[in-house]
Write a protein that binds this ligand. Structure first.
Ligand code: CU
Length: 363
């Protein structure tokens, strides 16, 4: 259309109208995006969900969701521990790291709070003071004749050497912490294989008969009932002994997940097709929560991690409650049951085969 003074106004009205319509469509789209994302929750998520198409609740993705949390275990051997408020979980308005329960965590938190934060504070204040000094002392009113200096050897040496020294001060503890985190596990360390699934966690105990724990998030009602934080509480926790190095083998079954426990300064990606290894040692009995820390799909936010750390005898009871084997048990059985020597011998070969398989899988 030709732009004449007559139709110019009309054209502009059309343009403005089109802009308004576009803006409204865009705004509506932005508003509806989260709704569409959450609507995906209702889609059948896992192969198991076909059996129960009406089930669009939180545990639709669970392969074997039980009615009551952790109720399948013998209460004489194991009852889930109550978490300590504010330990191993986030707190409202919290600023600092969670209280650390591992050696690495304590060291890392100390580096942050005693080395990095003071250095950062001093540098920020120093630069701020320099800025103010330049702005006030050398403003045009106070300094009408600017200096023509272009070179000052002393200052140049200082502003090169001082940052190098600062970096050295940071590098020494920081690199040693990094190296310490990736020291291989000792020979006799307990092995736990962690598998990230869309959207829950699986924990295998190859040293204890290779039983598997499937860990799903509790619903809000279930979490309130068991006195645990919603969206962190799970039905079946990963359980490990206190003060013992645990060799964590971490992998993903479908997409990349990330296994993280902030209170233990532990985070490692769960990558399909490869096994990442890291030692986890928690020195205090308790329950510690974490979350999947790699965006892994629609319900990434609903696959929390709960680790329960128990004294070794309690841990062994938990293994027995799950139908697993405990190393000392077979020896005791051998001594007491002379008549069934052949049976126990065959048992031994199977149980001894398990760690070897795990080692082979790790390689
Ligand atoms: Cu995930």
């Amino acid at each position: 259309m030709l732009k004449t003074p007559e139709n110019w106004g009309k054209n502009k009205v059309e343009q403005v109208m089109t802009h308004y319509v576009k803006a409204w469509i865009l705004a509506l789209g932005l508003i509806l995006t989260p709704a569409v994302a959450t609507a995906q929750d209702a889609l059948p998520a896992a192969p198991g969900a076909e059996a129960a198409p009406a089930e669009a609740s939180v545990d639709a993705g669970a392969p074997a969701a039980e009615a009551a949390p952790a109720s399948g275990l013998d209460p004489a051997l194991y009852t889930p521990m109550k978490p300590t408020e504010g330990v191993g979980m986030p707190v409202d308005g919290g600023l600092d790291f969670q209280p650390q329960v591992s050696e690495t965590g304590k060291q890392a938190k100390w580096i942050n709070n005693s080395i990095l934060l003071p250095i950062m504070t001093v540098i920020c204040l120093f630069v701020l003071a320099l800025l103010f000094w330049v702005m006030i002392r050398f403003r045009r009113g106070a300094n009408p004749e600017p200096s023509k200096t272009t070179h000052n050897t002393f200052i140049e040496v200082v502003w090169t050497v001082v940052p190098v020294l600062i970096l050295l001060v940071i590098a020494v503890p920081s690199i040693s912490l990094l190296a310490q985190q990736f020291e291989p596990a000792p020979e006799d360390a307990l092995t736990v294989k962690v598998t990230g699934y869309q959207w829950y966690w699986g924990y295998n105990y190859p040293d204890n008969g290779d039983f598997e724990i499937i860990s799903n998030m509790l619903t809000e009602e279930e979490a309130n009932e068991s006195g645990e934080p919603f969206q962190l509480a799970v039905d079946n926790r990963m359980v490990i002994p206190v003060g013992k190095p645990v060799k964590m083998l971490i992998t993903g079954a479908d997409v990349i997940h990330s296994f993280a426990i902030p209170a233990a300064w532990f985070k490692l990606d769960a990558v399909p097709g490869r096994i990442n290894e890291k030692v986890l040692q928690i020195d205090e009995v308790g329950v510690y929560y974490g979350q999947c820390s790699e965006l892994c799909g629609a319900r990434h936010g609903f696959m929390p991690i709960a680790v329960e750390v128990l004294p070794e005898d309690k841990f062994n009871d938990w293994v027995r409650a799950n139908g697993g084997t405990v190393k000392g048990d077979e020896v005791a059985a051998d001594e007491s049951e002379d008549g069934a020597a052949e049976e126990t011998a065959s048992d031994d070969t199977t149980t001894e085969g398990a760690p070897a398989d795990a080692a082979a899988a790790a390689n």
